[in-house]
Design a protein. Structure first.
Ligand code: GLU
Length: 469
């Protein structure tokens, strides 16, 4: 049987890195075994689901390159099918209508709590026909087996055994007929032919219930693998504050999808000491048996490190495509400056994200209004006028606008004026970039082009003269 896995997010919150890791593991597992990966949007909770969250799922998965072989399927389009299964369960006596009122259930719960018992439905409507008006509202409950164990052969956690006495009769359809999560998941996992369900261990409680429903339907349940949680560096459940924000925010913050996936694959799985994995390697080496049983800690510093590793090692033209997005986001016109792949080559050593790269590169594309205050104060003194004027003259007549001759001019001016190179190069750097930090001055000038260089030197001379006057 071909391996089939799925990612089944609920669009009640934005897809964040925890969800992405689950999706990635399910994707890798399917690909490793030559199977299929399915995307299913579990949107039955109409009140809490939003179209925006669905968009984040679709866009996020596409940005990450985690393409589904089938789907997206939407649960809200499958109500007829769920109702059919609920009816079948009723017909075969595996489910029943429960007319218990809210008041009765509340009183029952209070009684149980007072007696220090775990609150559970007592099964009043299960066997006896409980008293009710003909048109009284009801829910539909699944007849959970009374005794015996449910054994989960968890592919990560090992064997988990739950006694049926721990489980009560779960509601599978609410008043009005809306099916509940545990029912819809089983119907879908069955209809969609899932062989492996890989999901967060916050669902471990649901698994024995789902296995019982599979059994009642006369179907073999899939294999389950429950992933341990991701914690923040303070040991608490990952929240917004720790970076559990919409995955698209990572795109906007200038992360490469490849780097994010590589970071996430290691967050809970390892293969020796290896840190960097191409997608092909992840698929080859990933396996559920190597997934950690215990929780992992999200480390934003390591993610930044990983991102830089990818910026450094990926082909500049590929990095440039992602950088283009940052320019578009910021409304900076790429056509007004050097080709992005050339920019990537000179800037990537000093940037951890593409957003940083844009931030330190704007002067190549647009004029800046002000000099960095400290840099201007330090470099634009009377003593800088001589070197800047000499540079202006020499660059004005330089035909071959390349690294070496550009560097040659800085050296020649330093020699002629008997100055250390820094006394020439640094005012030049501030003149052209507005800051004291830029790539090598020769790289900077090559990218900036001759016309802009001359114009900015002139401007710096005027600025310095005005300042000292
Ligand atoms: N829709 C559920 C969630 O987002 C996941 C269900 C499952 O994977 O079985 O938590």
């Amino acid at each position: 049987m071909a391996t089939r896995t799925r990612f089944a997010p609920s669009p009640t919150g934005y897809l964040h890195i925890g969800g992405v890791r689950t999706a990635l593991y399910a994707y890798l597992y399917a690909k490793k075994y030559g199977g299929e990966f399915i995307l299913r949007v579990e949107d039955t909770d109409r009140e809490r689901s939003t179209d925006e969250a669905v968009e984040v799922i679709l866009e996020g998965m596409s940005w990450l390159g985690l393409a589904a072989d089938e789907g997206p399927f939407y649960q809200t389009k499958r109500f007829d099918r769920y109702n059919e299964v609920i009816q079948a369960l009723l017909d075969q006596g595996s489910a029943y209508k429960c007319y218990c009122t809210r008041e009765r259930l509340d009183a029952l719960r209070e009684q149980q709590m007072a007696a220090k018992q775990k609150p559970r439905y007592d099964g009043l409507c299960r066997d006896s026909d409980c008293q009710h008006e003909d048109d009284a509202p009801y829910v539909i409950r699944f007849k959970n087996p009374i005794d015996g164990d449910v054994v989960i052969d968890d592919q990560i956690k090992g064997q988990v055994v739950i006694n049926n006495r721990e489980l009560d009769d779960l509601i599978i359809a609410r008043t009005g007929g809306v099916p509940t999560y545990n029912l819809t998941v089983v119907v879908d996992d069955l209809d969609m032919g899932m062989t492996h369900v890989i999901r967060g261990d916050d669902h471990l409680n649901n698994t024995p219930r789902q296995i019982n429903i599979f059994n009642a339907l006369g179907a073999a349940p899939p294999l389950y693998a429950h992933l341990a949680m991701i914690l923040g560096d303070d040991g608490k459940k990952l929240s917004k504050r720790h970076g559990a924000v919409s995955v698209l925010l990572y795109k906007d913050e200038g992360f490469l999808p490849e780097a994010l996936l590589n970071y996430l694959v290691r967050l809970g799985w390892s293969h020796g000491d290896q840190e960097i994995f191409s997608m092909a390697e992840m698929i080859e080496k990933f396996d559920l048996k190597d997934v950690n049983k215990s929780a992992s800690t999200f480390n934003p510093e390591k993610l930044l490190w990983m991102n830089q590793q990818y910026m450094m090692s990926m082909a500049p033209e590929v990095v440039a495509q992602h950088l283009q997005y940052q320019f578009d986001l910021a409304g900076v016109d790429v056509a007004a400056g050097p080709a992005l792949e050339d920019l990537v080559v000179v800037q990537r050593e000093r940037c951890k994200t593409l957003k940083d790269m844009l931030a330190v590169s704007r002067y190549f594309y647009e004029d800046f209004n002000e000099y960095d205050e400290k840099a201007a104060k330090k470099n634009f003194k009377e003593a800088a006028i001589g070197p800047l004027e000499a540079l202006l003259d020499a660059y004005a007549v330089l035909e071959d606008w390349q690294k070496e001759p550009i560097h040659g001019v800085v050296m020649a001016v330093s020699e002629k004026l008997d100055l250390k190179m820094g006394k020439v190069a640094q005012p030049l750097r501030v003149a052209v970039s507005g800051t004291s930090m830029s790539p090598g001055i020769d790289d900077t000038l090559v990218l900036l082009g001759k016309a802009r260089t001359l114009q900015r030197i002139e401007r710096a001379i005027a600025f310095t003269k005005a300042k000292i006057a």
